[in-house]
Ligand binder design. Structure first.
Ligand SMILES: N[C@@H]1[C@@H](O)[C@H](O)[C@@H](COP(=O)(O)O)O[C@@H]1O
Length: 262
């Protein structure tokens, strides 16, 4: 079962996960982070940036982004290359050469997934994968129906995802139709998963991911297959969990030898 941690707000979630990443890096300077985009992980990146400003050294940390749009230039401000540069590499002072984003350019797209998988394996795998969740239950861009065994590949975005992401573009018509995303199988190979979600719009996806049946119709339910998955949510995102009292009880009685997330 995934560990469910209910926090007061986004800032508290950011602080909690940043603290775990700091502990991870203290034990492994060149730890490999799996990097999500979207609004959800921003509090984590902000909290880490504050720690970096105070002296935390992340310069040896390596990273793999979850996904990228296909069909927009790398330099487009909303390409995940640009977002990862702006929100992660810069503020966290990571080495740009050590952070990989799937290659969504048309040239060589058939082999881009395989190349990305090789790079993850060559790095020794992802130590901690940060995840958000789409309102339709997707993780990365693994839309409903994605195989639990899938690896990095091109996926067609659903109408719902394109509408959700239209806020980053001038209109929904400008949201790319395709993406290249780590597969559910890729994500499940990470040593630890941390899925974050905030707000009532995510409550259904969180309940389905944590307590619903294991089904490709809810890609985030794949986290139930992972032995070390934590779900960090605010009260609104937690509001449809049937066993909420149990999770709160389990967390407040967490044994001291069992550290949070890491
Ligand atoms: N590809 C990304 C996902 O990685 C992200 O988790 C999800 C939720 O986005 P947000 O965090 O902005 O709600 O949407 C996007 O489609």
């Amino acid at each position: 079962m995934a560990e469910v941690i209910v926090v007061r707000n986004r800032e508290a979630a950011g602080a909690l996960v940043a603290e775990a990443i700091e502990r991870l890096v203290a034990g492994k300077r060149d730890a490999v982070l799996g990097l999500a985009t979207g609004d959800t992980p921003l509090p984590v990146y902000r909290a880490l940036a504050e720690r970096v400003a105070l002296g935390l050294d992340l310069s040896a940390v390596r990273g793999f982004a979850l996904d990228e749009y296909v069909g927009i230039p790398v330099a487009h401000p909303e390409s995940y290359h640009s977002v990862i540069d702006r929100e992660v590499i810069g503020p966290l002072r990571l080495n740009p050469a050590a952070v990989h984003v799937p290659d969504g350019r048309a040239l060589g797209i058939e082999t881009a997934g395989e190349r990305f998988e090789h790079a993850i394996v060559a790095a020794g795998g992802v130590d901690l994968q940060i995840l958000g969740v789409g309102t339709d239950g997707h993780i990365g861009f693994n839309e409903p129906g994605s195989s639990f065994a899938s690896l990095t590949r091109v996926k067609t975005l659903t109408k719902q995802t394109r509408e959700d992401n239209a806020r980053f573009f001038a209109s929904v018509d400008e949201v790319p139709i395709h993406s290249i995303t780590q597969g559910l199988g890729t994500i499940l190979r990470a040593k630890r998963l941390v899925l974050l979600a905030f707000g009532a719009a995510k409550a259904h996806a969180i309940a389905a991911a944590v307590e619903g049946p294991l089904t490709a119709s809810v890609p985030a339910s794949a986290i139930q297959l992972h032995p070390r998955a934590s779900v960090v949510v605010d009260e609104e995102a937690a509001s449809m969990l049937l066993e909420l009292d149990y999770y709160l009880d389990a967390f407040s009685n967490k044994p001291t030898w069992d550290p949070v997330i890491i």
